[in-house]
Design a protein around this ligand. Structure first.
Ligand SMILES: [Zn+2]
Length: 416
């Protein structure tokens, strides 16, 4: 079935930055047997609007969207064998959410779970691939990329199929949209920090390198050596998701912890505290959480750790001042987890500085498809913070129609 209309409204991005226009353009067509055409029902975006990424080509923006399948390429159907399940099961009419990058699901990179770096991949809403701020969007490799929200058995997670189906019936689309990017990316930041080998001594109670091996450790650690100290830099939507995810992971283990969430904008700090206050006691675990300005956060980390520094720092912004702050805050043998998109050509420190702190870095884009099951389960568990719209403690501020886009983008940039 082809799409019934030939042209559509799309929100087009014009270089170099700060120029967003609503235009009529042709509806996308199937170009390859693996393609699907999706009618977009919910979307959001901001990333490249400011021109951070050096983008010069006019394109439709939008890397987060939910929609309905309206057309499938020739490779879909029961004849599909030995390929990702959706090639056999996806149907016209199914409701889908797309991770913000395409991935094939069939190559070595995808099989290992590093789905954001699939060699067949592309970022929606970039010069390489038209985005979802349009009435329709073409999904290359859709059988490897999409999640079918109409069929919760098509992916597995810690929740049962029955629990997933029940949860899906009660979650708003504005909340499900977080599964495209911001929530998987927040979970990705927290997961990398909590699973970093350099926090194993605190988690295991055995000093490095005995933390890696069974048998006796020759040095005894004190209880205060096991207190986990984290900083999260940047309290936009991804930063808030990282806070909620890190709290969820920390509340599941018995150790004391302390988190300082950092942003120079007061309203963002207030939102972070409002979100935290919504989480129940079990979700807060045996730790403390503060939201502070940059200078106050430096002092707090100094006080909390006796000048040693943070076990790990989650850097969500991606500019030189944020990554410099991460370096200043992290302890020797600490880890900096950076999911911010970096636009500057140089890192703001020398190799000698890194040597002097034995710093570990994990950089890069979230493999959103691989992270989806964990993100979905957290979305279900924490509907108290992810479910609302428009309140001081809500991640979704407002829902608008496409013709309002240029005005809304300008307002967001001015942080109104
Ligand atoms: Zn692949």
């Amino acid at each position: 079935m082809a799409t019934p209309v030939k042209t559509m409204k799309a929100i087009r991005w014009y270089p170099p930055s700060f120029d967003i226009r609503v235009e009529d353009i042709p509806v996308p067509q199937i170009q390859d047997g693996d393609d699907a055409i999706v009618k977009v029902t919910v979307r959001s975006d901001l990333h490249v609007y400011r021109g951070h990424a050096g983008v010069e080509k006019i394109h439709t923006s939008g890397h987060e969207f939910i929609g309905e399948v309206v057309e499938l390429g020739s490779n879909y159907g029961v004849h599909s064998q030995g390929r990702p399940e959706l090639y056999a099961t996806l149907k016209v009419g199914d409701k889908v959410v797309s991770p913000f990058t395409v991935n094939c699901g069939e190559c070595n990179v995808c099989r290992l779970g590093y789905t954001c770096r699939c060699p067949f991949g592309a970022l929606f809403g970039s010069p390489a691939l038209e985005g979802g701020q349009a009435q329709y969007v073409r999904i290359p490799k859709a059988g490897g990329t999409l999640f079918n929200l109409s069929d919760s058995k098509s992916w597995s997670s810690a929740l049962s199929d029955e629990a997933k189906t029940k949860a899906l019936a009660g979650i708003a689309d504005s909340s499900l949209l977080m599964l495209a990017d911001i929530l998987p990316t927040g979970v990705f930041a927290a997961l990398q920090a909590m699973n970093h080998p350099k926090i194993l001594p605190a988690l295991s109670g055995r000093p490095w390198p005995a933390s890696f091996f069974p048998g006796d450790a020759s040095v005894t650690m004190l209880p205060e050596d096991r207190v986990l100290t984290f900083a999260i830099i940047g309290l936009g939507p991804v930063g808030l998701c990282a806070c909620v995810s890190l709290l969820d992971m920390l509340s599941a283990q018995p150790l004391p912890f302390q988190i300082v969430a950092i942003d120079p904008v007061e309203s963002r700090r207030e939102k972070a505290l409002a979100v935290y206050s919504k989480i129940d006691e079990a979700g807060k675990g045996s730790g403390k959480f503060v939201a502070e300005s940059i200078d106050n956060a430096k002092k707090t980390v100094q006080d909390w750790t006796g000048g040693v520094g943070c076990t790990a720092v989650l850097e969500i912004v991606g500019n030189p001042s944020a990554i410099s702050l991460a370096y200043d805050l992290v302890r020797p043998f600490g880890a900096i987890i950076s999911v911010g998109v970096h636009g500057e050509p140089q890192m703001p420190f020398t190799g000698r500085q890194l040597y002097n702190k034995n710093v570990s870095f994990d950089f890069g884009r979230c493999p959103a498809r691989a992270m989806f099951p964990m993100a979905f389960d957290l979305l279900v568990k924490r509907q108290d913070v992810f479910g609302g719209v428009g309140g001081p403690d809500c991640l979704v501020d407002q829902i608008v129609g496409p013709n309002e886009a240029p005005e809304i983008y300008a307002a967001l940039t001015n942080r109104r």
